[in-house]
Design a protein around this ligand. Sequence first.
Ligand code: HEC
Ligand code: HEC
Length: 336
Amino acid sequence: MKTAVMAWLAPLGIGALCCAAAAGAASASERNGESAGMQANLSWLFPLNPPSDIERVMHPAAAVHLPNSSREFTEAQLTDFFFAPDWHPESHAPMPDIVRIGRAPRTFACGYCHLPRGEGRPENSTLAGLPAAYIVQQVADIKSGARRSAAHGIPFLPIDFMREVAVNAQPADVAAAAEYFAAQTLPPRVTVLQRQRIPKLRAKAWLYISDPSGGEEALGERLLEMAPDITRHERRDPDMSYIAFVPPGSVSRGRRIAQDGKHGAAEACVSCHGKRLQGVGLAPALAGRLPTYLLRQLVAFKTGDRAGPVGPTMQAVAAHLRLADMIALAAYAASQ
Ligand code: HEC
Ligand code: HEC
């Protein structure tokens, strides 16, 4: 597999997907290889949580609030994998237990990571509105190993935790979660900005924040998604909109490929995912979803890491896409 990945990456001028264990501590521009002679790699697609940044719960019983909710949780609840903090219970049907509290001791609450309504966060995935059969199939593929991530050698823990969930979850729980998430609707969640230069970013909590030291950096051929307010992100605020920076021209380039295909209409994304990328059958919705996740999946189809029963369909599509195309497609879909 490593060889196949290298063979694909080489023509793109991209080195390896590996070797990023320390990447979280480096600034985004260092990782992009702006410094002379350093080969660029894709570790920017999997920002880590630098160990020095991991916040301990100092006051487990302390109350935590958000301005747009009258609810209150404790600091301990906000870091409990068996509890989904629900700031807006009125915005969705009652959660099944597997979504709300998981099933101790091994199956974390789906809603802790994917949020109670399935809005998702940049380090995981939107689930709201995906077909129930699709959700069940993906959990099965992750469990069987047919679906893996392209984060080779990068200790991107959220994906490892999802695998733990898939391996341990009982089928009836997965079915209940799938049916529940399929019935939810996805609110707007991300703003796509096309920029050559961006605020200097640093990795934190599995995504990006603006670097407290200020300054700017060149975006280059990357898609970087940031939380404009890290406190709201860490409090799992479902109303916060993320910002995704993409190179200028990405959205119109993405629209072109999505509508016309790169190698003919058969590969036009809209021919399977629907005219507005709203999803058709087992080809899931792409519109309005967090673009980091979409890009990770396109890369994984291309590298062959994501297979599964209908995976070959997308592998054939991704075979013709270069990194800039994938960034453009993720940007276009997210902006719909
Ligand atoms: C610890 C965090 C965490 C928990 C808890 C969790 N997930 Fe996930 N989930 C993730 C991450 C991260 C991904 C993205 C994986 C990737 O990038 O390949 C994901 C992806 C998925 C996907 C793929 C979505 C798609 O569009 O293909 C499904 C389906 C899913 N999760 C279902 C569930 C269900 C059902 C539960 C509860 C039983 C659950 N997850 C609990 C982190 C989590
Ligand atoms: C021939 C039909 C077909 C075409 C054309 C197609 N797709 Fe797909 N796509 C699928 C199917 C089916 C899946 C589900 C794959 C699976 O279950 O693993 C999928 C999955 C995906 C996913 C993963 C979504 C998720 O929730 O994890 C992304 C991203 C995606 N497609 C993007 C695209 C883009 C971008 C294009 C156009 C360049 C495209 N697709 C063209 C059928 C298609």
